[in-house]
Design a protein around this ligand. Structure first.
Ligand SMILES: Cc1cc2nc3c(=O)[nH]c(=O)nc-3n(C[C@H](O)[C@H](O)[C@H](O)COP(=O)(O)OP(=O)(O)OC[C@H]3O[C@@H](n4cnc5c(N)ncnc54)[C@H](O)[C@@H]3O)c2cc1C
Length: 415
């Protein structure tokens, strides 16, 4: 027997939970299914950064050639597990082709608006009862220890300033003063509008508010099949029975293409594995989160923790943990932060997760073509935490009426 439900949200990461929350705010009865624990996927151990400063899409001029130059070096920040996989090579081709100046010019204003709107929502959501996720609006410092790196950082800052975002170029002395410790750099760019938090505490805290809105949260409930009848999803088959939903929201991160394919829908999303290593916060610790420009490592002091995060590895849906890549992340740190020796810190957790990456660096957000009760919200790559709240709000508007922003660039059938 099928259970009739109003809106079925698939995926209990930051996107699914935020979508469920805002749907509840619109008075919809939500059932959220998650195959593991809530926040078991990429949303758990990420760097926790809310980043209007990431308003340049990942697919930008020069990025693909640089990334492909690194691709077979196991210790580099970007790595591709060499294999014959048609979907991967098609994705790489589209990634290469998307990295144009015209694409950056089109995408930047939208990304800026999404990040800034999301940041406003973070400020509201983190004030809800029980949201102890150490949210702080202290900005993020991009630190560079080569002249070439700094020049690239400054050029990007100018671009973001032209788009209306705040950025301050700092010399070494100002960088050290901002961080309250020695930072060995040529200089840095400080983005005061950025913020940070402990991501799993945010997602789990918000999911705790769903029951109060009358939503049903079902962890350990895996979607096995999606059945289509005409232009509607008629049935969602799970390990805990079948559902007949009025509306379906697909927010299954890197696993979304597998589920979409059952409906004949192609979503070009490649999982990009990244790692984080979390320690107890040491006595000597940066005051403001850093992105180490050349090493491509994020350093986030969050609550009583200090987290290092990095690497981007296209290895499919493979969650194996490479200790070599973990070591490569930590090796890069002392060159920038000589007072921080990761070997002397008290380890809390080593983690890996799969960023759901689209070829043009923009998420999919909108109704699925030819499937009128299916809304897709997936493919947020390196900015899914940052865009979580605004994505959730826009999903609720797509399902209930008209979204407050023009989402044409994010349409599901753009490839
Ligand atoms: C190292 C690292 C650092 C990062 N740092 C940042 C950062 O600082 N700022 C930022 O904005 N972003 C960051 N990101 C990216 C961010 O983590 C992701 O974009 C975001 O978590 C994606 O959220 P999601 O809800 O789409 O996916 P997920 O969190 O992966 O959630 C998808 C959920 O769907 C569930 N699911 C899958 N299949 C099924 C099924 N069949 N049935 C039921 N449930 C299913 C999964 O179990 C999972 O819980 C980082 C990522 C990594 C890896």
């Amino acid at each position: 027997m099928k259970r009739e439900v109003d809106v079925l949200v698939i995926g209990g990461g930051v996107i699914g939970v935020c979508a469920a929350y805002y749907l509840g705010q619109q008075g919809r009865r939500v059932t959220l299914v998650e195959k593991g624990e809530i926040c078991a996927g990429s949303s758990y151990g990420n760097a926790g950064l809310v980043v209007p400063s990431h308003s340049v899409p990942l697919a930008a001029p020069g990025v693909a050639p640089k990334a492909l130059g690194w691709m077979f070096d196991r210790d580099s920040p970007f790595y591709i597990e060499p294999r014959w996989d048609g979907a991967l090579w098609r994705w790489l081709w589209r990634f290469w082709r998307s990295g144009t100046e015209a694409h950056v010019r089109r995408a930047m204003p939208l990304l800026r608006d999404l990040h800034l709107a999301s940041r406003g929502l973070f400020a509201e959501l983190t004030r809800l009862e029980g949201m102890a996720c150490s949210y702080e609006q202290r900005g993020v410092l991009y630190a560079f220890n080569t002249c070439v790196g700094l020049a690239g950082g400054v050029a990007e800052a100018e671009r973001l300033q032209e788009a209306g975002l705040q950025a301050q170029v700092l010399d070494r002395t100002a960088v050290c003063a901002l961080e309250g410790l020695e930072v060995s750099v040529e200089g840095g760019v400080y983005y005061p509008q950025d913020a940070h938090l402990v991501p799993d505490r945010f997602v789990r805290g918000l999911s705790g508010h769903l029951a109060g809105q009358g939503a049903e949260v079902l962890p350990h409930t895996e979607v096995l099949g999606l059945v289509r009848q005409g232009d509607r999803v008629s049935s969602v088959q799970t390990t805990r029975g079948d559902f007949a939903p009025r509306e379906v929201v697909l927010a299954a991160g890197s696993w979304s293409p597998l589920l979409a394919a059952q409906l004949g829908l192609s979503l070009p999303i490649q999982p990009a594995k990244g790692y984080s290593i979390t320690f107890k916060k040491p006595a000597v610790c940066p005051a403001v989160p850093l992105l180490l420009g050349e090493a491509k490592v994020g350093v986030t002091p969050m609550g009583e923790l200090l987290r290092f995060a990095g690497t981007l590895e296209l290895a499919g849906l493979d969650l194996s943990l490479s200790r070599r890549r973990v070591a490569a992340i930590l090796r890069g740190v002392p060159a920038y932060l000589p007072q921080l020796d990761p070997a002397a810190l008290e380890l809390v957790e080593v983690w890996r997760g799969l960023r759901p990456c689209t070829p043009d660096g923009l998420p999919f957000l909108g109704r699925a073509p030819g499937c009128e009760n299916l809304t897709v919200a997936a493919g947020h790559a390196t900015i899914g935490l940052s865009l979580g709240p605004i994505t959730g709000k826009l999903v609720s508007q797509v399902v209930c009426g008209v979204p407050e922003m023009d989402l044409n660039l994010l349409r599901v059938n753009r490839f």
